[in-house]
Design a protein around this ligand. Structure first.
Ligand code: MN
Length: 266
């Protein structure tokens, strides 16, 4: 392969330390282009901007900011800013896990998934909220090298636990060296359901939704279990969320045809 083209994005904005760490990790693995939202867009999932304009400008050579979501950045980056389609899209390093059902909300995962849809191998990387993004450097380098040489294209969701807690005094970049990688399934990550109603200074109601996470599950082989036990979690994702076994629904609908629009008058 000629020198691979790597597109780097995130959902925390162009100034986030995790983005700089990720760009640094990719530096000598290929030609690197960074394209990230100008402001934080965490929780933007796979949102794309179709009804307002997008602007982009270079803040330094090879670094572009966009007034949009991670998906906007990858779309614009892959189709317009890159001279050809990227071979690899990496998204992160997100400060805070993206486990289980988080992948539906995560802009970090959204950016990686968009890269996968645009034909690249892709990797989303998140780390425990109190950990330095720099601990992920050797992990993303290892995985990026692999993804760039594998025949099959992957979309990986990677979560890295709070490793420095167990190895104080070791340089962040060196902490993960030699660790194994655990292939996991998505687990369950429940959050406390919360709607906070408040009143603005003009007397109108406003709301703040979403509570903190519960304790995460402990089922062996799941991403939540892996990080809970100090393992690096690698979850391969597929974008087809169709139920794996259609049989129960085929049975349910087998003899069903659509009802009349109105109930028969009696
Ligand atoms: Mn984020």
């Amino acid at each position: 392969m000629s020198r691979p083209l790597i597109l780097v994005t995130n959902d925390d904005g162009i100034l986030a330390p995790g983005l700089a760490a990720l760009a640094e990790a990719m530096q000598d693995l290929g030609e690197v282009l960074v394209c990230a939202p100008e402001t934080e867009r965490s929780g933007s999932s796979h949102a794309i901007t179709l009804h307002s304009h997008l602007r982009t400008d270079a803040i330094k050579p090879g670094w572009y900011r966009v007034n949009g979501t991670p998906v906007d950045c990858v779309y614009l980056g892959a189709l317009h800013l890159c001279e050809r389609r990227p071979d690899l899209v990496v998204s992160g390093v997100n400060p805070g896990y993206n486990l289980g059902s988080d992948v539906f909300y995560s802009g970090t995962v959204g950016g990686a998934a968009e890269g996968f849809i645009r034909g690249a191998a892709a990797l989303a990387i998140s780390v425990h909220a109190r950990e330095s993004p720099r601990v992920t450097l050797p992990i993303v380098r290892t995985l990026a090298r692999l993804l760039l040489t594998q025949p099959q294209r992957s979309l990986l969701n990677v979560n890295v636990p709070w490793l420095s807690e167990r190895r104080p005094g070791v340089a962040p970049e060196a902490i993960a060296e030699g660790m194994p990688l655990h292939v996991t399934r998505l687990g369950a990550r429940p959050y406390i359901e919360q709607v906070e109603r408040r009143q603005d200074p003009r007397g109108q109601a406003y709301y703040w939704i979403g509570g903190p996470p519960h304790d995460i599950g402990d089922n062996e082989g799941e991403d939540t279990w892996a990080v809970k036990h100090g393992h690096i979690s690698v979850t391969p994702l597929v974008l087809d969320i169709t139920a794996p076994d259609l049989a129960p629904w085929q049975a349910m609908l087998e003899h069903v045809s659509v009802d009349p629009a109105r109930a028969a008058e009696t």
